[in-house]
Design a binder for this molecule. Sequence first.
Ligand code: BG6
Length: 462
Amino acid sequence: MNTFPNDFLWGGAIAANQVEGAYLEDGKGLSTSDVQPKGVFGDVVERVAGDSSLKDIAIDFYHRYPEDIALFAEMGFSCLRVSIAWTRIFPNGDETTPNEAGLAFYDKLFDEMISKGMTPLVTLSHYEMPWGLVKGYGGWGSRQTIAFFERYARTVFERYKNKVKLWLTFNEINMSLHAPMTGVGLPGNSSKGEIFQAIHHQLVASALAVRACHDIIPDAKIGNMILGGLMYPLSCKPEDVLETLQQNRTWQFFGDVQCRGEYPGYMRRFFRENGINLEITDADRDALRTTIDFISFSYYMTGCVTTDEELNQKARGNILSMVPNPHLASSEWGWQIDPIGLRTLLNVMWDRWQKPLFIVENGLGAKDKPQADGTINDDYRISYLNDHLIQVREAIEDGVEIMGYTSWGPIDLVSASKAEISKRYGFIYVDRDDAGNGTLARSRKKSFWWYKDVIASKGASL
Ligand code: BG6
């Protein structure tokens, strides 16, 4: 049985707003996530003192990170993906001086990870931006936000240049098309033109962050992050195949710009035919020419595309709505389970972009039921992850260059789409429920031991 390469990075991925809590501690400002207590599709609720959201405490990682990192180390993680909460560093987003207490927190966090043998993989913006920039400037709709983001990126690159050598710019940047408040800080009723202009500003900001990273940390690598929403045609009807090509381009477009340094022809046609006139300056074009070093992506499911109106009944999975595939089973949340799709997606991305790939999210959200003695036998999670990792190994055999695999939510956390904790992804159980009750105590699930074996055997135990 083939094993994974020796330098393959193994670990897990978490995001600040879904684990840290401490949402106003040590000078942190409000983020868009803080004003969306019901998740990325939920309404914006302006916070007043005393309001509460599950994310306010989340799993209290802000205070308990040493214990959690020790548990990750016990599983043998060589990598941990985390994000920095922009609002811990620049609480309103437009300050000229960063918040030292916020910077100090991430110093401690990275030191802890490194001391336990984990390479930090750090996302600059994971589904959140300062609420102050949304209220004061219109979020990514404003060109000014580019400069605020660049200042933030330069600040953290300077501060952590000796500790962090792997960076990502925006989490699932293509989600801006589907959940504009979370992605670009725009209201849900924004026009396509407004959303694409905001996305343009974000793409320029991403490229400027890549440039800054290369300047400040020459031995670092910086990638993008895409929701890998692979679509299949529901039939072999040529119209369905063509429509599937177009649907796949809704995520490929971001990677095309970030890898090739310019807008592809199919997007120029789309803008032309939809009356969208983006403001793109010469400086923007120049910035976009700075391309990423690697591609990172999340993978949970695939979906189908049809041009037949009657068959076109979409179900929401993650942040995308897709026509279900009759050949696949679904999770309790209706997300279709497709391990082979991961191998296909890895090959599609590799063939298209020829840059190293990093799977930075993959996992199964499920309800866990602790037994009377407290044990949790999450065989469903083991089976999901096992089947997906076998396909990763197949893709490596296909010749795809893969840097690593960080499963989503190695410890239970608050879900993004609906802000629930009952949807659990972890190898580690957290005693907390959707009403916020529980001790926050951590315990190991059956999958904890399974993942430890996978890592120790470099995949031979799969
Ligand atoms: C990805 C996000 O879309 O999917 C994560 O990057 C998110 O933040 C994950 O948590 C799973 O989605 P959910 O809604 O089950 O938390």
